[in-house]
Design a protein around this ligand. Structure first.
Ligand SMILES: Cc1ncc(COP(=O)(O)O)c(C=O)c1O
Length: 1024
């Protein structure tokens, strides 16, 4: 149903500013957020909901699509599917369902990228994806002395230490540079238009293919094939390529990192010809080429991957994605493996996003055409000020003549209720998404004209309020809250009244659509049989009509479910399903691994009468069907959707958590352009995941922590992953404040992060900035840590600290301290620190991989030594937080006698913080950001935990858990353990049923359960 939304007004920013200032006080976080407070639940299509002083929500047109992360707009229907996977809520990767979904994601991307073999590494950001891909390249480098990344002028690859060094913009890069770790740069042959498929040349490929040979030569004159010639661009490309060759020939480059279209650098397009030569040259030198598709991937352009539009006949070595992938992604040909914790919800949403966007490729091309028309008219109108319009897929941009005006054009954008971004020093950049309709594009260009008139001609627009009509997102929330409610209750073993639940959802359906909904049986079916035959005839051509005998089958099977919506004796909609075994003759169904499963249903037909199209009746009748199936005890719903031609039905299925079970290419023997079929599966109810007593750091919430009001409150953040570096909600800021409030007062300054590696990078940079700019501090970069202590492995810095692969940066890793060797280690430590070559010392008070407690006396002495030698002491509190190191203190850092200068803590999913003393805190805005800076959903999960479980309750459960665990283990011969407050490890043999409960790392069973997992264990093993 449509609702009228008011658009942002000037005073909305004032209102937000005041609220933001409250959170910026005392230097909690840098004052860098845009001056709006988000209201995710009330965001719709292209409009971000922002809070107004009146308490209402206003819409802000997001013409950046939060810089290319929203491909379907806000609150898109398919994203609700994320909520139907229990793994999203519990951040569990170890279930059969998630493993299956990950395989479906891989298979889908493999079809898009067309590689023979494809492996995925999930991670947390674009920068991390690049640093992982670069790490794989570094590990496999051909020249052992190679330690340089080659990037292009104008590039942007993220803000971790190595990706930042490969990011061209000096104002971003230079403040943090380390002179021995700089990237190399080649010029980029940027085009001024979007025609990336350029005239071909004779012998072009043959020439670059042998570029590593000593007698390499380029022809004196290139010969064009065909009539078209673009000599100037060609000359530019050749000179750039020769520059690349000059770098490669020295042998010190271990990877080339390139965006197929430079986004942040100014929407600078490169041609197919250039990239073909670059790839050939890279292969010739055996230096891997990474395509950074963080912004361009997932169909920003015309193809799912931008580089596919180059029609290269060789594959790049790696492709990285983030943004619309919703999760960091490294695509590789080989099964590399760094262990990265990531947000499962984001990975699932990324899968849904990919599939849904891919179904709409034709729509993207139509949108491009429409945009081109409007952009051309705009540029013509303002030809005195702008030039070089570029449009490709969902991306468009143009350059302005006078660079000085760029800031002004950005400054006034919000007054015109528009969000777009600058790129490079003279480009305005826009990112559309599939929720943009023609009326939205009109709105965009009208307001952009107003912006230009104001900036260039001093004309202020009439300050009339703007309104837009749009679907009310509340409707989706109502449905899904209803659907999730019984799933959760059943999972938690709470009583549900099936009849009542069905009646509630049925009434909801009837009221919305003004129909009567029948659950058909043998008797009532008789009235409708003929009408169903008629409906099929009216709605489909003969090949797609479901034979009436199939409907009979459903009715004759006591397990079949048939729903029919009626208006005055006429059919409005039907949906029929029965156990999958009933359909052995359906094409491809016997390939289904669940074919013999009695609890799997198969949908044979969902049809909506033409008269009712456009009211979402097809979606809604399916939602009712799922609820009925759930309450009848079925476990899965299967069906098939013809690719692209049944896109809207597929999107409904995605919204219910469906994913590809298997894929049938060329299934329809006809002449339509799309003949493949996706056979999908979806779970109707939630099953308890296996009990795991080791994974509290990445999965802090368990089944017992969930309740309906928490689930409903969380839904908006689960469905809309905004860029926290850009705009935030008040509730997010409250979560951050509450989490930081658990730290000692003088350490409450810092940044939110997407995980451990990002925290490491932000801490090192912030501290380095202080060292560099304060003459009191030495300018050291060497790090010191201890073997077995862990800081993530998503970046070169974190891998250096964690001891993964050969260290890239200078580091000393002393033996891990313990009660026995601590004096010896302190002696060695002092010897090292006295050399005055160290940047910082890194330690985990409780080690997350081996669950060893570091003696407090050691930490005290360590602190003294760090103070004596003026080296920053940094804790990783991932394992030691939540009273795990000290049952009286939330963080180890709260103990004044061992308090560090700075610290970091991973909070599970995609949330982390780094914190520091005021002296090391860099308060300048936008210096230490990444696109996401964490994920609101994950922060909310952690905040829920700390608000809902008291210290006393935790202690009580932990003491009992330890007692019962010890009693369970003690009868086993050879068993020994080291546990404190329910955490630690044990060694020795274990029967299989107990082994399953723990992660086994380096000979130890790790004991680090969440509160919920402890309670579950006690339920099973605590016998009186
Ligand atoms: C091409 C490209 N690479 C890498 C990144 C870094 O991604 P993130 O901010 O998620 O670290 C960006 C972000 O804008 C990007 O556009």
């Amino acid at each position: 149903m449509d609702k009228v939304f008011r658009l942002t007004q000037k005073d909305d920013q004032e209102f937000a500013k005041e609220k933001l200032n409250f959170f910026y006080r005392d230097d909690l976080i840098p004052a860098e957020k845009k001056t709006f407070l988000t209201d995710l639940k009330n965001s719709f299509g292209p409009y971000l909901g922002v809070k107004a002083s009146t308490g209402d929500t206003h819409g802000l047109m997001d013409a950046s699509s939060q810089i290319a992360t929203f491909g379907l707009g806000f609150n898109p229907q398919p994203f609700f599917g994320t909520a139907h996977h229990l793994e999203s809520w519990l951040n569990r990767t170890d279930t059969e369902n998630f493993k299956h979904l990950k395989k479906s994601f891989t298979d889908f991307l493999k079809r898009k990228i067309k590689w023979e073999e494809l492996h995925l590494t999930f991670c947390n950001s674009g920068a991390e994806a690049n640093e992982i891909a670069l790490g794989y390249c570094y590990r496999n480098r051909v020249n052992s002395f190679a330690n340089k990344v080659l990037a292009f002028e104008g590039s942007f690859h993220g803000r971790m230490q190595i990706t930042l060094s490969a990011t061209w913009n000096p104002s971003k890069r230079e403040p943090f540079e380390w002179k021995d770790y700089l990237a190399l740069y080649s010029p980029f042959p940027a085009m001024t238009n979007d025609e990336i498929n350029r005239p071909k040349l004779k012998n072009w490929e043959e020439v670059w293919m042998v570029s590593s040979s000593n007698d390499f030569q380029i022809p004196k004159k290139w010969e064009f094939i065909g009539k078209k010639r673009d000599v100037d661009l060609l000359n530019l490309e050749v000179s750039c390529l020769l520059n690349v060759r000059n770098h490669l020939i020295k042998g010190d480059v271990f990877a080339i990192l390139a965006e197929p279209m430079q986004c942040e650098g100014g929407d600078r397009y490169g041609s197919d010809r250039f990239f073909q030569a670059l790839l050939l040259m890279a292969k010739s030198f055996r230096v891997p080429l990474i395509f950074d598709e963080v912004q361009t991937g997932f169909n920003l352009g015309r193809d799912f991957f931008w580089h596919k539009s180059f029609n290269l006949n060789l594959s790049p070595d790696f492709v990285t994605c983030a943004k619309k992938a919703q999760v960091g992604l490294v695509l590789s040909h080989d099964p590399f493996k760094f262990n990265i914790d990531f947000s499962v919800a984001s990975a699932i949403r990324g899968y849904i996003h990919g599939v849904a966007i891919d179904q709409s490729q034709d729509k993207i091309l139509e949108l491009e055409k429409l945009t081109r028309k409007k952009l051309t008219a705009f540029c013509k109108k303002f030809s005195k000020y702008v030039e070089n319009p570029r449009v490709y897929g969902l991306a468009f941009g143009f350059d302005i003549f006078e660079k000085d005006h760029l800031d002004k054009l950005i400054k006034v954008r919000f007054d015109h209720s528009l969000l777009y971004s600058p790129a490079g020093d003279k480009t305005l950049r826009f990112r559309l998404n599939l929720s943009f309709k023609e009326k939205d594009l009109d709105y965009l260009f009208i307001n952009l004209e107003n912006v230009f008139k104001e900036v260039y001609e001093g004309k202020v627009r009439d300050d009339q309020p703007f309104y837009v009509k749009s679907n009310d997102p509340k409707e989706d929330y109502d449905w899904h809250e209803m659907l999730l409610e019984t799933k959760l209750k059943n999972l938690q073993g709470k009583k549900t009244n099936g009849k009542e639940a069905i009646s509630k959802i049925k009434k909801h359906f009837e009221k919305k659509h003004k129909v009567t909904l029948h659950l058909l049986n043998k008797n009532s079916f008789k009235t409708w049989r003929k009408k169903i035959i008629q409906l099929e005839k009216e709605m489909y051509e003969p090949a797609r009509q479901t034979p009436i005998e199939e409907f009979d089958k459903v009715i004759n099977d006591p397990k079949g479910i048939a729903l029919l919506a009626e208006v005055k004796g006429k059919i409005a909609a039907i949906t029929f399903c029965s156990p999958i075994q009933n359909y052995p003759l359906e094409r491809g169904l016997r390939l289904d691994p669940f074919f013999n499963d009695k609890k799997t249903l198969y949908i044979i037909d969902t049809t909506v009468n033409k008269k009712h199209h456009g009211a979402k009746m097809g979606r809604d009748i399916k939602y009712v069907l799922y609820k009925v199936a759930e309450l009848k005890g079925f476990e899965r719903m299967h069906g098939r959707n013809r690719v692209r031609m049944a896109a809207s039905m597929l999107k409904i299925n995605l919204s219910l958590g469906a994913y590809e079970n298997y894929y049938l290419p060329e299934d329809y023997p006809d002449f339509e352009p799309y003949r493949d079929v996706i056979c999908y599966t979806s779970s109707i109810n939630w099953k308890k995941p296996p009990l795991n007593l080791s994974n509290a750091t990445n999965a802090p919430l368990g089944v017992s922590d969930l309740d309906s009001s928490f689930v409903n409150n969380q839904l908006p953040a689960l469905i809309n992953k905004v860029c926290l570096s850009n705009m935030v909600s008040e509730s997010f800021l409250t979560d951050v404040l509450d989490i930081f409030s658990l730290l000692p007062k003088d350490l409450r300054h810092g940044y939110t992060t997407s995980g451990q590696s990002e925290a490491v990078d932000k801490l090192i940079k912030s501290i380095w900035y202080k060292y560099k700019n304060d003459k009191e501090y030495p300018k050291n970069i060497k790090l010191l840590t201890f073997k077995g202590h862990y800081f993530g492995e998503g970046s070169f810095l974190s891998r250096t600290l964690s001891g993964i692969d050969a260290p890239y940066f200078p580091v000393t890793r002393l033996d891990a301290p313990n009660e026995v060797n601590m004096n010896d280690i302190l002696f060695k430590l002092e010897k090292e620190l006295s050399q005055k070559i160290y940047h910082s010392v890194w330690i985990e008070p409780l080690t997350q991989l081996s669950m060893e407690f570091i003696p407090k006396d050691f930490l005290k002495e360590l602190k003294n030594l760090c103070q004596k030698y003026q080296v920053a002491l940094i804790y990783n509190e991932t394992a030691s937080c939540l009273y795990r190191y000290n049952s009286e203190l939330f963080f180890a850092s709260n103990d004044e006698s061992i308090k560090p200068d700075a610290g970091m803590c991973f909070l599970g999913g995609q949330a982390g913080i780094c914190y520091m003393d005021r002296k090391f805190y860099l308060d300048k805005p936008l210096m230490l950001i990444s696109t996401w800076d964490g994920d609101e959903f994950s922060f909310k999960n952690f905040a829920h935990l700390i608000r809902n479980i008291s210290q006393e309750e935790l202690k009580k459960t932990r003491d009992l858990f330890q007692k019962v665990l010890v009693e369970t283990l003690i009868p086993i011969d050879g068993q020994s353990f080291k546990l404190s407050g329910g955490f630690g490890y044990f060694l020795g043999p274990l029967p299989l049923n107990l082994q399953k409960l723990f992660d086994f790392k380096k000979g130890k069973y790790i004991v680090c359960p969440s509160h919920s997992a402890m309670k579950e264990f006690l339920k099973i093993y605590d016998r009186p």
